[in-house]
Design a protein around this ligand. Sequence first.
Ligand code: PLP
Length: 479
Amino acid sequence: MKKRAQLKTSQKEMLRQLPGVDHLLELADRDVLLNTVPRSVLTRSIRTVLENLRKAIVDTGAEIDATLLTDTAVLEKVQEAAGRAMAPNLQPLVNATGIVIHTNLGRSLLAAEAVENLVRIAGRYSNLEFDLDKGKRGSRYSIVEELICEITGAEAAIAVNNNAGAVLLALNTLARGKKVIVSRGELVEIGGSFRIPDVMAQSGGIMVEVGTTNRTHLKDYENAVDEQTALLLKVHKSNYSIVGFTREVTLQELVALGAIRGIPVMEDLGSGTFIDFSRYGLAKEPTVQDSLASGLDVVTFSGDKLLGGTQAGFILGKPEIMDRIKQNPITRALRIDKLTLAALETTLRLYRDEKRAVAAIPTLRMITEPVQAIEKKALRLKAMLEKIDTDRMQIDLVRQTSKAGGGSLPLLELPSRGLAITITGMSANRIESFLRRYTPPIIARIKEDRIIVDPRTIQEDELAIIEEAFRHLLSKDKP
Ligand SMILES: *Cc1c(COP(=O)(O)O)cnc(C)c1O
């Protein structure tokens, strides 16, 4: 209390004026916004608000506005604090970045049908692990296995938690304590700590690097094979490309070598797509079907990248290998959850008809959306925004590129149109920060001190949200 003794009289007076916790709790009971807030949250919010006010009084030497200390003013602060504490941490937002598979923003949005099925299953019991024909225990893995095989031509399949898990599981099953040969040009790191050498170490496999960063030849693999070799591994260069003086061994060549030496071949496809994007005027990305047709033994890929489904990892391959994988105790630790399965099954069913898949799965729809359609959407948004305040707001239609993102189609830039927005007297950083803290948050990019809004990733019903946000921004920030 030594510090308190040094306070000025005016400060002591102000501290005395602050309402007490019990008094505020009583007021809260009679307040419509606060009387439903759990006691623990309310008390914590009150303490925080009072603490902040005390600190302000002490730090400023009582140079704060006395009206901030009235019951009403303090209660208002408590309402704000309790409101923040009660709001969910995970919330939907508007992705105006044009990056379709944005890992930080949840990667893929689900098709409406998939969301519907997820809700249908979530609140009920289901036959998750119960065979309705036999009346016996069943396997959750059987729910999507046939479907995946039907779409891709695989002989056997399993879906686990994510692709990182799928790679770990496959390596652990096939190569624990044994050698795995991989090209130095394919030692991928995916953002967020997935690195091939680290996953390999965790799986118990012994990594044997061959070739160089830019050139790896078949003879590099041939020379490295010995009796301890358990696997030839190929990793898709998801998020980078090696250009110039390069040489890469094809999957077909590796499969041929594997057949001669009796060693299984695995590919980590990363993104994995069932659709040939070159048919939509985009760059050719290897499909899961292509990989399987090469005759490899195991292929793994993600559920929420180009596939446009839920977070999941798929392992597809030869039945005898898949049986070993299914029996690995690690499988249980990586098992897929029932809500994921519910949404995943519906998403996979859409792939039975490619046209339907491209129309209904948002990730595919956004990636294949023609630039003319994007431009139309951009112009509609421009017209909406111009209704607000044409004097201060400068809105230009700009040519730009969107990205598939998510370590997919790495070099692919999707020709796009966007809006570049500036507001007189307001920095782009200030606008970006306002949009980011808006409810719902709107995530936009900044380029050359202008806000860039890319309609490719903005859903139809979100245009009005953006208009409303700018209306708020301009009304509360008059020059
Ligand atoms: C994305 C990716 C992974 C990880 O997949 P997750 O589903 O994010 O776990 C692994 N390998 C490659 C090559 C990838 O591109």
